[in-house]
Write a protein that binds this ligand. Structure first.
Ligand code: BGC
Length: 724
């Protein structure tokens, strides 16, 4: 080594690296965050605990997105650029002029895939686009359980089962954060309906809450380690979710030892001290609030000594700790670029659409359509130009185009939006020898006549769902039930493709031969539908939510607050609404467990989904820690089975404790092993403050859906108490 190099090296060693210990990658995120907090002034700390709205009116440094938090350039603390959400980088109403992104299918499709890897890959993809566009916080990770099948946001969530929602939510978050950006998990907790979301109080007992909605969050947090948790609008047992000490401090921070930060939803704060005491760490979208609660009032509270600076330090520590832990400091986001491989990313969206589509009926194997179909008519649903997407803050402007965009009411920000991906074009490209026509379905008589002249008729039935509003009921709207009836009457070979963000009832079910639920299938939806209908892809999706026979089967046949919301109109001011309570009488028995408890037969059960081949489940056994079985493809086509494991504790209700996706060639057999998380066998014991597994005989059922008899094995387990 030359003297010059030796001198240079020794200079490096003695260089004062310790003046910026937050850059020491060998130190823990907590140690680095602490050193940063120590170096900050009070004003700098306060900058971090409140975020701006970043839509039309915004600080000039902010990117147009959901929110913006100032950084501390003096110390190298980055600004936070926040974007919605779970289905891709959102751009509602084209606020970021002309900026497109890859539009995933509804999260319900991801849930229906029962595919943890696909959820992860989708997260990696949307997170990489967020980063490329200059965002470093993605407001994704919606895991609210479907307790209300009319909820306008179910399409953003992952169904009714906590294990399924938690596993897939965790995988999505992990994928997003693999890009060294933060993902949230939201909306903590019990934001189960949009009607009255700003005022309602969700009433439920603590044990039931911990076993259901909170458990989905717990699993998503364990698996995904999101940098932030977004608390919800609604109240839970009286206290607003963002001012709820039980939720934010006792459960999240104490019991689960969550190290990240809690940000409020936009306009979810109602005061200053309540949220400080409860454990909130950041006020989001502060200018939307009636006053900036964590602005002057927080400073005044600090001056009066009601809030200690040490409390602000903890909030700031949590924020910094998360951005360090995800790797954002070592890999800062660059200026926005559009260097994104949209063609490759579209394949990710296509896969989710294909894996998430659920074949609900296929009488006499009408599907897949064969070469005998010479005349095909497609009816309704704008199937000539695209596929429907769900509306609200999660709205992506698809890279594949936006053939239809209509404000939900004059002047509304949220729009009914179709992604460019025409089922008609996709089918025409694949069936050059078939005459394929399109009828818009606006005239049932004309459509029926067109159906009569075709070998097969495919009706595209759509139902839009949007944040902020719930559906009136479970019916298709705008005469679509009558349209399907009319078409089916004139053509026995009628297929219904459903593009919905929720279950619908199907008064016409007996009269049609096939039903394919594709949810909102994303920017390659047209191709996915064509490939599924033609058998290029074998359907493998399974319902992540129960389809009820009618509203009377629901725990709340009438949607609380709906009548008042209708009276207020679509543009009604949420803060003027009267508070009300929603009693979650079903407790932890969400979805299929409620139907089982009531012995009610739904239209289609949770977990249900057909394939173009057949599978059998054989030889189930368990030692309580894992369940093993064989899955066999007994049909003639390759396909993917989704065996589900349900556990029934002594004297209790069955619940999903595991699942797998198993690809099988014809006649192939595969051995499947599913590990069981003990908490799924337990009840939450509030007095003992933990999960109590009772001693006794447990039944494990390997089944095709929640109502399938399946094959069973019993095992005796010792009692135990697990930590919360
Ligand atoms: C929604 C959140 C969203 C936020 C920012 C709110 O209205 O509830 O899910 O992340 O807006 O756009």
């Amino acid at each position: 080594m030359s003297a010059a190099i030796a001198l240079a090296l020794s200079l490096c060693v003695v260089a004062p690296a310790d003046t910026r210990p937050w850059l020491d990658t060998k130190a823990s995120p907590d140690a680095r965050a602490s050193s940063w907090v120590k170096a900050m002034t009070r004003e700098e700390k306060l900058r971090l605990v409140r975020g701006y709205v970043a839509i039309t009116k915004r600080p000039k440094e902010a990117l147009v997105g959901a929110g913006y938090v100032r950084g501390v350039p003096r110390l190298g603390i980055p600004e936070l650029f926040e974007t919605d959400a779970s289905l891709g980088v959102a751009n509602q109403a084209d606020t970021r002029k002309g900026d497109v992104a890859t539009a995933l299918p509804a999260a319900l499709a991801t849930a229906a895939s029962f595919d943890v890897q696909a959820a992860y890959d989708a997260g990696v993809m949307i997170g990489s686009e967020a980063r490329a566009k200059g965002f470093n916080v993605m407001l994704a990770g919606g895991v609210n359980l479907t307790r209300e099948p009319r909820n306008g946001r179910n399409f953003e969530y992952l169904g009714e089962d906590p294990w399924l929602a938690g596993k897939l939510g965790g995988a999505t978050i992990r994928g997003i954060q693999s890009n060294a950006i933060v993902s949230t998990v939201k909306h903590f907790a019990l934001n189960a309906q949009e009607t009255g979301r700003m005022v309602l109080s969700a009433r439920i007992d603590e044990a039931a809450l911990r076993e259901s909605d909170l458990f989905a969050f717990q699993i998503a947090i364990e698996d995904g380690r999101p940098g932030s948790v977004m608390c919800a609008y609604n109240r839970v047992n009286g206290a607003y979710a963002c001012e709820n000490e039980l939720l934010l401090t006792q459960v999240l921070k104490n019991d689960w030892k969550y190290p990240g930060w809690v940000m409020s939803d936009w306009v979810a704060l109602h005061g200053t001290m309540e949220a400080v005491v409860a454990g909130l760490d950041q006020e989001s979208g502060m200018e939307f609030d009636t006053e900036i609660h964590w602005g002057a009032p927080l400073v005044a509270a600090l001056e009066r000594g009601e809030v200690k600076e040490a409390q602000i330090d903890v909030m700031v520590h949590r924020i910094l700790r998360s951005i360090i832990a995800v790797g954002l400091i070592e890999k800062p986001v660059a200026a926005p670029s559009d260097r994104i491989d949209y063609a490759a990313h579209a394949q990710v969206a296509l896969r989710v659409a294909e894996e998430g589509a659920v074949l609900l009926k296929n009488q006499a194997d009408l599907l897949p359509l064969g070469p005998d179909v010479k005349r095909l008519v497609l009816i309704g649903g704008h199937a000539d130009v695209g596929v429907l997407s769900g509306g609200g803050s999660s709205q992506v402007r698809a890279a594949s185009g936006t053939p239809i965009q209509i404000p939900m009411f004059p002047g509304a920000y949220f729009c009914v939006t179709y992604h460019g991906s025409s089922p008609l074009a996709a089918l025409q490209a694949r069936l050059p020898g078939t005459v394929i026509t399109y009828d818009d379905g606006s005239d049932a008589k004309r459509a029926a006549k067109a159906a009569k002249e075709a070998d097969v008729a495919i009706v595209f039935a759509t139902k839009w769902a949007v944040e902020g509003t719930d559906a009136r009921d479970l019916h298709l709207e705008d005469g679509q039930d009558a349209l399907i009836e009319a078409v089916a009457k004139h053509n026995r070979r009628t297929v219904v493709v459903l593009e919905t963000g929720n279950p619908v009832v199907m008064p016409w079910l007996a009269k049609v031969r096939a039903v394919l639920e594709v949810w909102y299938p994303g920017e390659r939806g047209g191709d996915a539908i064509a490939r599924l209908l033609l058998g290029e892809v074998n359907p493998s999706g399974h319902l992540p939510i129960t389809f009820p026979a009618d509203e009377k089967q629901l725990p709340r046949p009438v949607l609380d607050g709906y009548a008042a919301a209708v009276k207020a109109g679509p543009a009604g001011a949420p803060d003027k609404e009267e508070a009300f309570e929603v009693k979650y009488v079903e407790g932890a028995d969400v979805g299929y467990r409620w139907y089982a408890a009531k012995k009610a037969r739904p239209l289609f059960p949770f977990g249900f989904g057909l394939s173009y081949t057949r599978f059998t489940l054989e030889g189930v056994k368990s030692d309580g820690a894992r369940v093993e079985l064989d899955v066999v493809n007994t049909g003639k086509r390759a396909g993917t089975a989704v065996p589900q494991i349900y556990a029934t504790p002594p004297g209790g209700q069955a619940r999903l404790v595991g699942f797998a996706r198993v690809e099988l060639a014809p006649n192939q057999r595969r051995h499947v092993i599913v590990d069981i998380d003990r908490r799924l066998l337990a009840r939450y014991d509030t007095a003992a403050h933990g999960w109590r597994v009772s001693a006794g005989a447990y039944t494990f059922t390997a089944a095709r859906d929640a109502t399938d008899e399946g094959i069973k094995t019993r095992v005796n387990l010792q009692g135990e108490l697990l930590p919360p």
